[in-house]
Unconditional design. Structure first.
Length: 552
């Protein structure tokens, strides 16, 4: 094993693959990422993507991207394109190994016919409403279908009629003949084909029968030469059926094996595709790529980086233990990455005017570092003037104890530009401070202060729209309670306001990331930003503030 592999944290999948290669069980490793194209990928899928592609890359193998398109009633080309884009955005490439489950429909149908001929499958006419009754419960055997022992020739003929569209939906299905007394319900003569008179996004109207996922999945793995079929822990009870299908398949060079790992569950997040679709369809969010959504397209629009997500997956690790991961860990990984790459700029969200009395002494521009964590990012010239905007909260006329920002008679450092000392204030008729009159002192002045505040030049600043995104839900487990998950939607998950920003930010390109100093990280929205008029989405705060705001 290489030094890189040895340095990586050991986990059971890495160990299994290492052992298989050492034992020469396989000549090379082949994995696959097999999403169903019935929705957009989310952060939970990112874990699977990183494991599937990561293990293949680490051991010099390959990972396939496969669309498990066995249910045309819910699948769309839009989802297929979004999946390809999301996997590439995360930093992975499948090369020439892109597949559809539907590529193998012909071979699957032939295998189903083979099972019928071997008396291991039969056409059943038990109504769908009665399936549960026949299946039984884990503690009590199921009862056999009255069609279980129908003649092989009859089942073959009926299966052909199903394929040719001569049988209406729901009237018949094809079942595997396994064991109605098995304690594993998935082995109690599971349905392996059903009739669907739906146009398929990839095969059109060629087929009227479609394989069930549990039947198609192992066949796809076998046909593609997959060695290690990695999936989440809820498929563990499906593995006996997976193995049954593989055991009954003839003429394949590689027999894949399924291994399960714990899926990713995050606090303050819903990851059920059905529930995410409900949010989209009821317009509680603005589409699949709404920056509040846990979809990869939503996270990308929010300003998340692939590196941060990959690092997060590495930290979470690979185990069989199902647990709830604090979303704060994901946000921490994001801050770490953005701190290294985001350009620094100044912006004021709630402006308070400052007028400098000794205007003749001030420079026209000052110099600021673009990123103090990266010397190669260089510096920029920032316009300076006798009228500034500062944040309202950075001045208090009657300050509480341990308030170190600007106060009457007090001084404060202003970012990159020296010091301000408050001489007096102007107020409106309501008694509100509208202008803080100050004296400016250059950075070379020896002055002891305990705080630094940010600012923008009032006459040079550009006003832009900012969207202050926050967590979509107010409780840790929004879909784990008896109440409807939508009752826990955060009413403050999006607040739209204006900000005054450095003039250079007017030229921000869609997708560019910035740290608005002392405020948060922001990204120029990739869809709504226009040339000269960017819209900024808050990506994440500079530090964890949720615990405080949630208690208010």
């Amino acid at each position: 094993m290489s030094e890189e592999k040895s340095a990586a944290p050991q986990h059971f999948i890495r160990q299994i693959i290492s052992d298989d290669l050492a034992a020469k069980k396989y000549s090379s490793i082949v994995t696959r990422f097999p999403p169903e194209p019935n929705g957009y990928l989310h952060i939970g899928h990112a874990k699977a993507i990183c494991i599937d592609f990561g293990m293949a890359k680490e051991f010099g193998g390959r990972c396939h991207l496969r669309m498990d398109d066995t249910n045309p009633a819910k699948e769309e080309m839009e989802y297929i394109k979004s999946i390809e884009a999301d996997v590439r955005w995360l930093g992975f490439d499948w090369g020439d190994h892109f597949f559809y489950a539907s590529d193998f429909f012909g071979k699957m149908y032939e295998f189903a016919e083979s099972l019928i001929r071997r008396d291991k499958a039969y056409v059943c006419e038990v109504p769908q409403d009665d399936w549960k009754e026949y299946r039984g419960v884990p503690t009590r055997p199921g009862k056999e279908s009255p069609f279980r022992n129908r003649p092989v020739a009859e089942s073959l003929d009926l299966f052909g009629q199903m394929r040719d569209g001569k049988i209406e939906e729901g009237k018949m299905c094809l079942r595997a003949k396994i064991d109605m007394a098995s304690p594993n319900i998935h082995l109690r003569d599971p349905v392996i084909y059903r009739i669907l008179h739906e146009e398929h996004p990839h095969t059109g109207n060629k087929w009227c029968v479609y394989p069930m996922y549990d039947f198609a999945h192992p066949l796809e793995d076998a046909f593609e030469g997959v060695t290690h079929s990695l999936c989440t822990i809820e498929f563990e009870v499906h593995r006996p059926l997976y193995d049954w299908v593989i055991e009954n398949l003839e003429g394949v060079a590689v027999r894949p094996h399924q291994y399960e790992f714990a899926r990713l569950d995050l606090t303050y997040t819903v990851m059920s595709k059905r529930k995410l679709l409900e949010l989209v369809e009821t317009k509680l969010v603005n589409g699949w790529n709404d920056p509040r959504m846990p979809t990869l397209s939503g996270l990308r629009r929010r300003g998340y980086t692939p590196a941060a997500i990959r690092n997060f997956v590495d930290i979470v690790g690979v185990t069989k233990f199902v647990s709830l991961t604090d979303v704060a860990l994901l946000e921490h990984c994001l801050r770490e990455d953005l701190n290294k790459i985001a350009q620094r700029r100044m912006a004021v969200l709630k402006p308070l005017k400052v007028t400098i009395e000794n205007a003749a002494e001030i420079p026209d521009t000052i110099t600021g570092h673009n990123n103090p964590e990266d010397e190669s990012a260089g510096t920029r010239a920032i316009p300076f003037s006798s009228e500034l905007f500062i944040e309202q909260e950075d001045f208090m006329e009657v300050p509480p104890p341990k308030y170190f920002r600007l106060t009457p008679g007090g001084s404060v450092r202003i970012r990159n530009a020296g010091f301000l000392t408050c001489l007096r204030v102007e107020k409106n008729s309501a008694g509100e401070v509208t202008n803080v009159i100050c004296k400016w002192s250059p950075p070379t002045t020896e002055m002891k202060v305990k705080a630094t505040i940010h600012w923008v030049s009032a006459k040079h600043a550009r006003q832009v729209e900012v969207r202050l995104y926050d967590r979509l839900f107010t409780v840790e487990k929004p879909d784990g309670a008896e109440q409807d998950f939508k009752t826990f939607l955060n009413p403050h998950s999006l607040e739209v306001t204006k900000a005054f920003v450095e003039p250079s930010l007017a030229d921000a390109k869609p997708g560019e990331k910035f740290q608005f100093e002392r405020i948060a990280y922001f990204v120029a929205d990739e869809f709504d930003s226009q040339p000269g008029a960017p819209v900024f989405n808050r990506t994440v705060t500079l530090k964890e503030a949720w615990a405080k705001t949630a208690k208010k």
